[in-house]
Structure formats: C-alpha cells, structure tokens
Design a protein around this ligand. Structure first.
Ligand code: UN1
Length: 492
C-alpha cells in the first residue's frame, strides 16, 4: 500500500514521527494509501528549501520558466487517463468529470506557459524629456499554497503554474483527502526537471500544517481555497503579519429561470450544476429561482429527471452522481436536509443511500426542496452536497433581488430568452461569475475565477488575474537627461 511522503528540496521523505492518516475511497470505503502528517518543523524545512531555491529561480527568464510549463502540460496530457482514474478513486467524482478536471490543469499549464513570453507590464511616456517610465512584474517570494480536495489538481494548477512561472518558489499543502493527486502532480514536475526546492510538497492537516504555513514569517503570500470558516482564520493570521493573502471560499449560487426560458435546457443546466460532483463545487447551484408562471412545469420535469440520475461508483462510465467525500460531509448534508424539511417542501431525495450496492461508500440522494424562503437556512448556508432549494418569484426584479440576497458572491446563472433581461442581469447580478443560458459551473481557465462578498477577498485565481496574486509591481524611471529633473515641478 502506498505511503505518500513529503517532497522537500527535491527529496521524498516521511515527516518526523511517522504519523500517518488513511486515504479512503469515498465510493466504497476501501483504504487506498496512507499519507504522512507534517508538523511545523517540516514546514520550516520546506520554507528553507524554497528560500534557497528562490535566489536562482527568480533569475531564470520568464520565457524559460514558461517553456518548462509547456513540458509539464504535455506530461499531464500524456498521463490524463491515469490521473483521471486516480482522481476518481480518491475524490469520488465520476470519471468523465475527473477527465474534465485534469483537462483544466492541462489548459492552465499551456496557458501559463505562453504567459511566460508576455508577462506584460506598461511602458508609458514620461512627463519629462529624456526620461523613460515603465512597470514590470516581480515575484512576491515564497508562496504558500493551500488547496482543497474537491478539485485537487485543477485548483492546484490555478495557483502553482502562475506562482512558478512568475518566479516564486512554493510550499504546497494539498488536502489530506487527496494526497495521491498531489504526489502524482509533483512527480510530473520533478520528471520535467523543475529544480529542487522550487516546489515543496508538505502533507498535513489544516490545523497543524496549514497554520504553521500561515504563521511562518518567511512565507510571503498565502493562496488558499477552502471553507469560509478556515479562510477567515487564514485572513486574520496573515493580516496580523501583513502577509499577502488570496482567498477563495464558499458559494450559494443561484440559477434563475424566467418565464421565457427554454425549460428543458434549464433542467439540463440545473441537473449538471446542482448534482454534478454531487454538489461539491464552490460553483455548484444550490438555489433555483423560478418565475411562478413556469414553476410547476420546471418542478415536474426536474423531479422526473432527478429520479433518473444514475448514482454510484464514479469509475462506472454511466454514473452521473458519485459519492460524497467522507462521512462528515454526508452528515452535514443530512443535517441540512433535516432543517430543510421544516423550511420547505421536500420534492424528492432526502436520504442517505444504504442499499447493498452502496455499501461502504458515502452516497446521498439528489434532493430538491420547493417553496423555500430566500432567508431560510438551506437557502443561505453552504451545504456542499446535492441539495437544491427552489424559490418562486413573481418578477424579474424580485429574481435579481433574491439572487443577490446571499453573503456569498461566486456564480449566478439566468435562463431567459429576453435580451433585456440578459443585459440587466449581467449588470446587476453581484457575483464574480455570471452565466446566461447555462448553469453556474464550468469556468474556463483563461478568465478570472473568484467571487465577491464573503466568497473571497478581492483576488482571483486563474486567468491573467492570477498574476496579480503572485507578483508585485515595480515601477521604473530612467532619466538619461544628465541633469536633475523634478517630476511635477520642472515641467509645470
Ligand atoms: C470549485 O468549485 O472549487 O467552474 C472549482 C467550475 C470548475 C471549477 C470549480 N471549472 O465549476
């Protein structure tokens, strides 16, 4: 049985004390591997390695660092099937979705590789003669990446690739639920010739290893994706140290279905965004805002199609809804469903699946509540499972109001054939991502990913926006006039 070790300064090794945690397949409870658990001393060692590597890595020209990313992306592409199977076994997501996730990392690799030859700054005219003014991006320094289990390679790639392409070195703590994906990813970096110390992998829990990273004085920036609760702690600790911090947290994303909508298309979008990945995406739809004129039709079709969804082990190509990551996740979902029974009308689902075919796994029935109030707990709190709350409304204006009535601000979607509603929704939906006639999931890597309000803290993953997280701006003025020229004074 494999034991996943840390990777520090180019060497694989177990954490001191040999504490380990089991890695379970959420589809059947089978023990897949063990993972080493690190303490603060491993973090210190990893930071020292990252610091040591930084002095040479930051000097490698960005196009050259980008070229290495091309090779890494090629390797990911070659190993796509192998990685996807591993992902399904650790995380449980259906194999088709796993392939999609690995593709997302491949895309991010190629995209950031190309960015190595751009990394644009600004060249602007100086206000005085014989003077040049321009800006350029510089690495921040040592980047601490803390990534979740729900997209163990895609989200890691959103952070890892821009971090290293821009010249930072990295200490990475992946989720303890999916260490195999992190191991496989780092082995590819190693095979492609990434110098020792540029990326250091440290396995461990958030409480111990994560906290040690956030508190370490030599980690200059923390990029975190995870729960709001943990994100707040990261922000507080990082803020006290004036450490740069980029946070990506929860969502309570809504799909609005207006009376002009193609209802069958809306049903497709709701099923995919609500029950795909068993609702365990921060972009997952968990609210459906429906115009009362089409409420009955939408509910009838939605319930019928929900009951036909094939639930099971994600290795089966026909499975559409896989297991929940662990027992704790399953319990949380069921707890909210119990609350939901008081707050709305249960249309379907609502049970942990216990048939013989689900033995050992963590399966929850796709669940739909209707006539839920916008303020209800199931309409406000992140459940991270296959649970939808339908909220009926009487107008487009009311729909917008309900959409924005959330502490989170990640993704919104509207199904409508009315062009005026489309553009008003684009303007007024207050989330970081808006979809028209598609569900709330499916972000592409070359646009910024992230949200407003308590979803984040103003930063974005992926796209060129990720460069803002991993670089500092340097503004440069070169005066070749041979005399002292005072800006704002000598030219006025
Ligand atoms: C997440 O839910 O944490 O847009 C990431 C999407 C995926 C990424 C999801 N491309 O749903």
């Amino acid at each position: 049985m494999p034991v996943y070790h840390n990777y520090v300064d180019g060497k694989w090794k177990e954490a001191v004390g040999a504490r380990r945690r089991k890695v379970l397949n959420p589809a059947n409870g089978q023990v897949l591997a063990n993972v080493t658990l690190s303490s603060a001393s491993e973090v210190t060692e990893a930071v020292a390695a990252a610091k040591n590597a930084y002095s040479s890595w930051e000097k490698v020209p960005a196009p050259e660092r980008g070229e290495l990313l091309f090779e890494i992306a090629q390797q990911l592409k070659q190993k796509k099937e192998e990685l996807s199977q591993l992902l399904t076994s650790e995380n449980g997501k259906p194999i088709q979705e796993a392939r999609g996730e690995v593709q997302e990392a491949i895309d991010m690799g190629f995209y950031m590789a190309g960015e190595g030859r751009r990394l644009f700054g600004q060249a602007v005219p100086a206000e005085l003669p014989n003077k040049q003014a321009f800006s350029m991006r510089c690495p921040v320094g040592i980047a601490g990446l803390i990534t979740p289990w729900n997209f163990p390679i895609a989200i890691a790639s959103w952070k890892m690739f821009p971090a290293i392409m821009t010249g930072n070195t990295v200490v990475w703590k992946p989720a303890v639920e999916t260490p195999g994906m992190a191991d496989a990813f780092v082995r590819i970096l190693e095979e492609c010739g990434l110098p020792p110390g540029v990326v250091n992998l440290i396995h461990g829990t958030g409480e111990e290893t994560g906290v040690a990273m956030v508190e370490h004085p030599d980690i200059d920036i923390i990029s975190f994706t995870g729960s709001e609760e943990t994100g707040r702690q990261v922000a507080a600790k990082a803020g006290a140290r004036l450490k740069k911090v980029s946070l990506e947290m929860g969502g309570k994303n809504a799909i609005t279905v207006m009376d002009s909508a193609d209802i069958d298309l809306a049903v497709d979008g709701i099923l995919w965004s609500g029950f795909g990945t068993s609702g365990q995406r921060c972009t997952a739809a968990s609210r459906v805002i429906v115009h009362r004129r089409v409420q009955d039709e939408l509910e009838r079709k939605l319930v019928e199609r929900t009951k036909q969804l094939k639930i099971g082990n994600g290795t089966d190509e026909a499975v559409e809804v896989g297991p929940i990551i662990n027992k704790k996740g399953l319990e949380k979902i069921h707890h909210y469903v119990t609350i939901g029974k008081e707050e709305g009308k249960l249309l379907c689902g609502g049970q942990v699946l216990r048939d013989a075919s689900y033995q050992g796994g963590n399966y929850y029935e796709p669940t739909i509540f209707t006539n839920v109030q916008p303020e209800a707990r199931i309409a406000q709190e992140e459940i991270f499972g296959p649970v939808l709350s339908i909220i009926p409304v009487d107008s487009f204006t009311e729909a917008l109001k309900v959409n924005n009535n959330s502490a989170f601000g990640l993704s919104s979607s509207i199904f409508t054939m009315n062009v005026n509603e489309v553009f008003q929704a684009l303007n007024e939906m207050d989330t970081g991502i808006v979809y028209v006639n598609a569900g709330t999931t499916g972000a592409e890597i070359h646009l910024p990913f992230g949200g407003t309000k308590t979803t984040g803290n103003g930063h974005r993953d992926s796209g060129t926006a990720s460069l803002d997280v991993f670089t500092e701006w340097k503004s440069v003025y070169v005066d070749y006039s041979g005399k002292l020229q005072r800006a704002q004074i000598d030219n006025n």
